[in-house]
Write a protein that binds this ligand. Sequence first.
Ligand SMILES: Cc1cc2nc3c(=O)[nH]c(=O)nc-3n(C[C@H](O)[C@H](O)[C@H](O)COP(=O)(O)O)c2cc1C
Length: 176
Amino acid sequence: MLKNKKLVVYFSKVGEQYNVGIITEGNTAIVAKFIASAIGADIFEVKVKNDTYSASYKTLADETLREKKIGARPNIVGDVTNFDEYDTVFIGSPNWWADMPMALYTFIERHDWSDKTIIPFVTHEGSGLSSIPAYMKAAAKPKAMLGGFEIYGHTAQNNRDETYEKIIIWLKNIGF
Ligand SMILES: Cc1cc2nc3c(=O)[nH]c(=O)nc-3n(C[C@H](O)[C@H](O)[C@H](O)COP(=O)(O)O)c2cc1C
């Protein structure tokens, strides 16, 4: 089977979000869609099944910190059934408490990454990548990992041209 396809997998949250008010398209979703369209990749959104996350940022912050502390693995909606066809997977995450949303661990731990290259990207409000690439690597044990991309969530949300340009420059730098 040919294994030269690219996939963008991401988690992103709509509703009330830090620094940007109530949003209908998540910050990481914006970046994910730009990457996928720039390189012609498939795209998959990791969504929590029967999502009970609070729409309010403050309550969500408490809920997700609790999830992180207990190492929760929330059920997710659907899956990438043709995962074998991809050689490179971009994984996009909001920075939640210097980590990924636990649902991304659910997705990562479900798949075999031994023949994949992972390329992380993160939106945040000041913490940058934190140790997220290292956590992805530890969870997935991929064949390889290429340098990650980070951008402020409010930049992705409010300055889309600037965001797209930064993504294109980064993609070129890593060989796309
Ligand atoms: C639960 C929660 C925890 C967060 N923790 C951090 C953090 O530790 N550091 C940081 O820079 N931003 C933090 N943020 C801000 C998000 O990383 C930022 O708003 C991101 O762009 C959200 O992406 P999304 O719209 O795709 O979900 C947090 C946001 C939420 C909702």
